[in-house]
Design a protein around this ligand. Structure first.
Ligand SMILES: [Zn+2]
Length: 161
C-alpha cells in the first residue's frame, strides 16, 4: 500500500493540457496494445484475490458488509463485493486524480453509490476507459511515467498471487 500512497502524492497532470478530448488523435495499434497491457496489469494488481479468496475494491475492503459473492465465486470481471474490475480501477484512478482518497482513514473516499454511476456516465458520454485520465489529451499518448511499465513492475513486486 506504500506504493499506492507514493503514486497518490505525485503531481497532478499539467493544467495547461487541453481538455478537448474530442481533438485527441486516435490511438495507434501499438498504443492500443500498451493500453491493454496497462489495464491488464492494473487488474492483476487491484483485483487480485486476497488470502481469504476475496477480491474487493478498496471501499468494500475497508467495510464489514456482507459480500455479494462467496470466496472465489465471483463471476469473471466482477469482485466479491459486487463491484466490477472497471469500477475498482476507476476508484483508484479517481484517487490518483485527487478525486477522493483510496485508502481507509484518508479524508473523503468515493462511495460506490457515486463512483459506479459516475463511471457509467463517463463511459456512455465519453467512451471512458481505464487509462484515459493518464493520457495526454493533445497527443493521445501516456503522460510521462503513466504507461504500462510501472504497473507491470508493481505486479512483479507485489507477490499477491
Ligand atoms: Zn466494491
Amino acid at each position: 500500500m506504500a506504493q499506492v500512497r507514493a503514486l497518490e502524492s505525485r503531481p497532478a497532470p499539467s493544467a495547461s493540457a487541453s481538455p478537448l478530448s474530442l481533438s485527441t488523435p486516435p490511438p495507434t495499434p501499438t498504443f492500443l496494445a500498451s493500453w491493454k497491457a496497462r489495464t491488464e496489469a492494473r487488474v492483476r494488481h487491484f483485483c487480485a484475490l486476497n488470502r481469504a479468496g476475496n477480491a474487493l475494491c478498496a471501499w468494500h475492503d475497508s467495510r464489514r458488509e456482507r459480500r455479494a459473492y462467496p470466496p472465489r465465486m465471483a463471476p469473471p470481471g466482477v469482485l466479491n463485493c459486487g463491484c466490477t474490475h472497471a469500477e475498482a480501477l476507476f476508484e483508484e484512478s479517481l484517487a490518483r486524480a485527487r478525486v477522493g482518497s483510496y485508502l481507509p482513514g484518508e479524508s473523503v473516499r468515493m462511495d460506490p453509490a457515486l463512483r459506479n454511476p459516475l463511471l457509467k456516465l463517463l463511459e456512455r458520454r465519453y467512451g471512458y476507459r481505464d487509462g484515459d485520465f493518464e493520457r495526454d489529451p493533445r497527443t493521445g499518448g501516456w503522460i510521462e511515467g503513466e504507461g504500462p511499465a510501472m504497473w507491470e513492475q508493481l505486479q512483479r513486486g507485489s507477490g499477491r498471487r
